[in-house]
Design a protein around this ligand. Sequence first.
Ligand code: UDX
Ligand code: ADP
Length: 456
Amino acid sequence: MKTILCIGAGYVGGPTMAMIAKKCPGYKITVADINPARIAAWQSEELPIYEPGLLELVKECRGKNLFFSTDVAAGIREADIIFVSVNTPTKTFGEGAGMAADLQYWEKVAREILANSDRDKIVVEKSTLPVRTAEAIARILNVPGSKVRFEILSNPEFLAEGTAIEDLEKPDRVLIGGNQTTEAGRRAVEELVAVYAHWVPRERILTTNVWSSELSKLVANAFLAQRISSVNSISALAEATEADVEEVARAIGMDSRIGPKFLRASVGFGGSCFQKDILNLVYICRHYGLHEVADYWHSVVKINDYQKSRFVGRILASMFNTIVGKRIAVFGFAFKANTGDTRETPAIAVCRKLLEERAALVVTDPAALPNAKKDLADFADRVAFEPDPYKAAAGAHALVFVTEWPQYQKLDFQRLYDSMAKPAFLFDGRNFLDHEKLFEIGFDVHPIGKPSLEHK
Ligand code: UDX
Ligand code: ADP
C-alpha cells in the first residue's frame, strides 16, 4: 500500500486528500497539521471548513484509508509522497511586505521533512508559491552528500471554494510540474500522474516543467480576476451613463472568443487566492525589472479596491450623505456563497468604511459569522452579529447585500421592508435579487452597474 501524507489540513489539503482517498482505495492517506483544534474538527461531525458535500465524502473514507493527525514527524517517516499545503499568505513585514508570499511556514515544513526522512521521497507543492521557490525548497531538501533524494513536484490546485468537491471530481485539468530532464524526475511525475489517473482522464493530466506549473497557477488566477475587474470597471461607466452592465456582459459573453463565465459585476472579488496571487505576480515582475508588466497586473487589484470603495460611496450618496448612527444590515460576509471563508472578502472593506462613517452595523451570514467576528474584532462594540436575517433587518435604514447566498433570494422581502426605517434602502452588491419586485414593495434599490430604482 502506497502512503501519502499531506501537511496542512486547510481548504486545499482537506478536500483534496478526501477525494484522493475516495478514488484511490489502495493508498493510505494521512492529513497532518500543527493545529490540534483543526485536526480534532476533521475527526468530528463539525468539519473546520464549510463546503457542500465534504462531510459525506470525509465520512466515507475516514478511518478506512483517510486519517487526520497532529504528528507531522511520524507522518513524514512513513510517507512515500508528501503533499505540502500550508499557508503562504502575503508578507506583512520587511522586504516585499504587502506583495511577496510569506514562505516561513513552507521553509519550516521543508526542514521538518528533511529531519524525519531516511529514504527517498516525493514532495509535492500544493499551495501557491511564487515562481522558482521549488528551487529553494529543493536546495534545503537535497543537501550535498545526503543519501536521501527528494523529487520536488508542483501540482497546483484549481478548486474553487463552494464547488470544491465537484471541481476535484471533474477537474478541467490536473497540472503536474516536475524535472523532466532526469530519469528520477520523470518517474516522480509518473507516480503522481498514476494517483490522478484513478479518476481523471489521462488527456486532462498535463505535465510541464516545475516553473511553468507554478506560474500557470498565478496566471490562471490573474486572468480570472482580470475578467472581474474588467467588467467591474465597466459597471462604473454603466452607472454614470445609464447603460446596464448585465446587458453588456451578456452581449460580449456571447462572443465565443470571450465566453460567458466570470463576467458577473460585483462589489469586488475576494478569497484567499486572487489578490494574493496577482500581488505575487506583480512582485516577481518587479524583481525582473518588468515594471510595465507589473503595473498592468497591479491595476487589476486597484480596480478591485476602487470597486469596494465605490460601492460604499454609492451607499453614502444615496442615504443623504450621512449614515452616522444609522442601523445598516450587512447581508452576507463570506467572500462568495456556500463557504464560511472570509479571507479578503469585500465585506471587510465595506464594513470598515461604513464603520468609519459611524454607521451602527449588524452583520448576518449563514456560515461566516465566527470568522466575521474575528475580522471586525477591533470594532467589537459597534457591530452586532445576528444569524437571523429578519432580526438583523429590524429597524435598519438599509440592507447591504455583499454575498450572493441563494437563500437570500427566497427571503420574505415584504416582511423585511415592514420592519425597517423609511425610506428603506437596499444595495445589491451581487445583482442577484429581483430589483423590480423589491421596488414595488417600496425599497429604493441600488444595484451594481445599472440605474437605481428610487421612489423620488
Ligand atoms: C479561485 C479560482 O477560481 C480557483 O481556480 C483557485 O484555485 C482559487 O481561487 P475561489 O477564490 O474559491 O477560487 O473562488 P471564485 O469562485 O474564483 O471567486 C473569487 C471571487 O470572485 C469571489 O469573491 C466571487 O464572488 C468573485 N466573482 C466571481 C465575481 O465577483 N464575479 C464573477 O463573475 C465571478
Ligand atoms: P489553504 O487555503 O491554502 O488550504 P489554510 O490556511 O486553510 O490554507 O491551511 C493551511 C494549514 O496549514 C493550516 O491549518 C495550518 O495550521 C497548517 N500549517 C501551517 N504550518 C504548518 C506546519 N509547519 N506543519 C503542519 N501544518 C502547518
